[in-house]
Write a protein that binds this ligand. Sequence first.
Ligand code: NAG
Ligand code: NAG
Ligand code: NAG
Ligand code: NAG
Ligand code: NAG
Ligand code: NAG
Length: 175
Amino acid sequence: MATSSHPIIVLLFVLAAAVVSPAAATDHIVGVNRGWNPGINYTLWANNQTFYVGDLISFRYQKSQYNVFEVNRTGYDNCTTEGAIGNWSSGKDFIPLNKAKRYYFICGNGQCFNGMKVSVLVHPLPPPPSASVAAGNSSSASADRRVLRNGSLGYRVLVALVGSVWIGIGSGWVF
Ligand SMILES: *[C@@H]1O[C@H](CO)[C@@H](O)[C@H](O)[C@H]1NC(C)=O
Ligand SMILES: *[C@@H]1O[C@H](CO)[C@@H](O)[C@H](O)[C@H]1NC(C)=O
Ligand SMILES: *[C@@H]1O[C@H](CO)[C@@H](O)[C@H](O)[C@H]1NC(C)=O
Ligand SMILES: *[C@@H]1O[C@H](CO)[C@@H](O)[C@H](O)[C@H]1NC(C)=O
Ligand SMILES: *[C@@H]1O[C@H](CO)[C@@H](O)[C@H](O)[C@H]1NC(C)=O
Ligand SMILES: *[C@@H]1O[C@H](CO)[C@@H](O)[C@H](O)[C@H]1NC(C)=O
């Protein structure tokens, strides 16, 4: 008993880790439940979410049938993989979006012509929260967004931990 960690200590450690860690990157699953398959309009999918630097885009598909190529605008428009920037074929590919730019992905086996192409615009991260203290003008809108992104996870963990400590006290834990 003396050597085992006290539950409260463990909780505080977890809480500290949650507060200092950066915001979790969003994993954008292409096509959501429908995955990476022919006959889907991925423009509609891409228009329905916002991509930030550091996020991931992930492709889920039958690796015996499809694949993923990162191409430029020409490759996207014309469904060609010449001069491709990258290619993936694991069937479950996680691709980091590390630059603020427009990315183009296509399937390289001809199914690009049946809609297996997606283009996403990756935005820079909004300025850090400190900007919102000084700003008070239009730049504060994006800063607030960053606060929301960074703050929500830590806040939810905090709420959960406060709740569990409360339950712990109620059920007889001693500090
Ligand atoms: C996909 O949807 C977009 C947005 O509505 C539209 O502009 C585009 O023509 C559609 N593409 C196809 C292949 O239907
Ligand atoms: C857009 O996203 C919302 C919420 O995630 C979802 O309910 C809706 O079905 C999506 N629409 C399309 C066209 O993907
Ligand atoms: C697509 O290919 C055609 C020739 O097949 C070419 O004229 C056109 O410029 C290409 N598209 C782009 C965006 O380069
Ligand atoms: C895309 O890459 C191809 C092959 O490297 C090249 O010929 C073409 O000019 C590039 N297109 C753009 C828009 O950069
Ligand atoms: C796929 O990428 C690898 C490097 O990761 C490259 O060697 C290979 O030639 C690429 N394949 C095609 C078909 O472009
Ligand atoms: C908005 O804030 C930025 C930086 O905080 C400042 O450079 C700019 O002059 C401000 N604009 C207005 C209209 O106050």
